[in-house]
Design a protein around this ligand. Structure first.
Ligand SMILES: Cc1cc2nc3c(=O)[nH]c(=O)nc-3n(C[C@H](O)[C@H](O)[C@H](O)COP(=O)(O)OP(=O)(O)OC[C@H]3O[C@@H](n4cnc5c(N)ncnc54)[C@H](O)[C@@H]3O)c2cc1C
Length: 401
């Protein structure tokens, strides 16, 4: 068995793990991130939802029930975590716009208005109501985007179809990275003589360069241009993931990709190592502290069995909201699904309660009582709780090292 030593091991490559990891790595700690695979961010719109209950997300958080994990985070930390995120994303070239004082709307793939807090700059010009006229450009054969849904909900909407020669979200996005393709596309676009106020595209305007491409199109067309998130695979979600990964690596963190944690080594009051199934031989990754960011059911952090709900890495105690009858519902994405309350209960330092180990911190989607869909608080909660966990972990290590 190969053995490697770190100050901190992060488990999970979601918004939570990559954020906590970057914060610790920039304190010159030796940080490894171990992940089974891609996070739920890749399925998301890429927009950072903080709290959808109020026009002002900070006020919305105050309205959440006292047991919600956002209530463990000070408003100062929520603000700092969003500021840190915006600064890091700007640096990487995937800028986000918005403020924690005001929610805004983006058009969803279904043509409804989705409320969010920070949105990729490529969605900045999204209309804030249904009255503004838009012209949608879609692509021949693209299956992840249905302009018909949007046309049926918005008056004064026109649309045109371009043949990009390829028809998947990823391949069209890749073509937009080619200079010749972009030039040819612009010539076609200019000839359309669009009368509507704004021009909308499915979110395929580049893999990494979308912000620049939207700016170029806006300048040339002399009209606001914006992207509409498609159904998964979502380019804005993937751009978010890639940008967070770059940020983590830039700060000096190491990623062990496709290494699911298969076991742990522990003493009475410390976790000492995680062991992983990895190609070739098993590995033991030792560390002084551990941050669990494995997400909820979709991410793989929790599993529901016929009898109960289990946490898959450390077998931490899981808050199970009542009997199976009270939380079982075939529609996982229903807003009031009882299972949305399941997860790990933590204290103010993001340590799980009722466990003997003092060197483990838990944050993000795996926390109990989040009800992420109902409260519209996905990536925002991940960012804020990752900040608290990283801070608590750094304080713990400063006493231990
Ligand atoms: C379909 C969908 C759409 C969403 N859309 C939005 C949106 O538009 N805006 C928004 O703000 N929020 C959205 N959310 C919520 C948001 O994605 C999550 O709340 C948030 O990103 C949680 O991030 P996380 O890092 O805690 O967990 P996750 O993103 O779930 O990441 C978990 C990570 O842990 C890894 N992992 C799991 N088990 C193991 C193991 N045993 N060993 C090693 N690694 C492991 C996984 O591979 C993954 O990398 C959406 C959620 C879903 C499911």
């Amino acid at each position: 068995m190969s053995v490697t030593e770190y100050d901190v091991v992060i488990i999970g490559a979601g918004v939570t793990g990559l954020t906590a990891g970057a914060l610790l790595a920039e304190r010159s700690l030796k940080v490894a991130l171990v992940t089974r695979g891609e996070p739920t961010a890749c399925l998301s719109t890429g927009c950072v939802d903080v709290c959808s209950h109020n026009d002002n997300p900070i006020l919305g958080i105050r309205e959440l029930p006292p047991e919600h994990p956002f209530r463990l985070v000070s408003e100062k930390t929520v603000r700092e975590s969003l500021d840190y995120f915006q600064a890091a994303m700007k640096d990487i070239g995937v800028p986000y716009i918005g403020s924690c004082e005001k929610n805004r709307s983006v058009i969803s793939a279904l043509g409804t208005l989705k409320v969010s807090c920070l949105v990729p700059s490529t969605m900045e010009a999204a209309p804030q109501d249904t009255d503004e006229s838009i012209h949608i450009i879609t692509f021949q054969g693209l299956k992840d985007f249905y302009p018909g849904y949007i046309l049926s909900r918005r008056k004064s909407t026109g649309f045109s179809v371009y043949d990009a020669g390829v028809d998947s979200t990823m391949s069209i996005a890749a073509r937009f990275e080619e200079k010749d393709f972009l030039e040819k596309f612009i010539i076609w676009l200019e000839k359309l003589n669009i009368n509507e106020t704004k021009i909308a595209f499915p979110a395929v305007l580049g893999l990494e360069s979308a912000a620049k491409i939207v700016n170029t199109l806006t300048t040339i067309m002399e009209k606001p241009v914006f992207e509409i998130p498609t159904i998964p695979p979502s380019m804005p979600g993937r751009r978010l993931f890639n940008a967070l990964k770059k940020n983590f690596r830039k700060k000096g963190g190491a990623i062990y990709w496709a290494w699911p944690v298969a076991g742990i080594e522990k003493s009475d009051n410390l976790i000492e190592a995680v062991t992983t199934h990895s190609p070739g031989r098993p590995n033991s990754i030792n560390a002084k502290a551990f941050i669990l960011g494995t997400g909820s059911f979709v991410g793989g952090g929790l599993t529901a069995t016929r009898e109960t709900i289990v946490e898959n890495v450390f077998n931490l105690p899981v808050h199970v909201p009542g009997t199976r009858e009270t939380w079982f519902d075939n529609d996982y994405f229903s807003l009031n699904h009882g299972i949305g309350k399941a997860g790990i209960i933590v204290d103010q330092s993001m340590r799980p309660v009722n466990v003997p180990w003092k060197n483990i911190f838990v944050c993000g989607g795996i926390l109990a009582e989040t009800e992420i869909l109902k409260n519209g608080c996905g990536h925002g909660l991940a960012l804020a709780t990752a900040h608290v966990a990283a801070q608590s972990c750094a304080e713990y290590l400063s006493h231990e090292l």
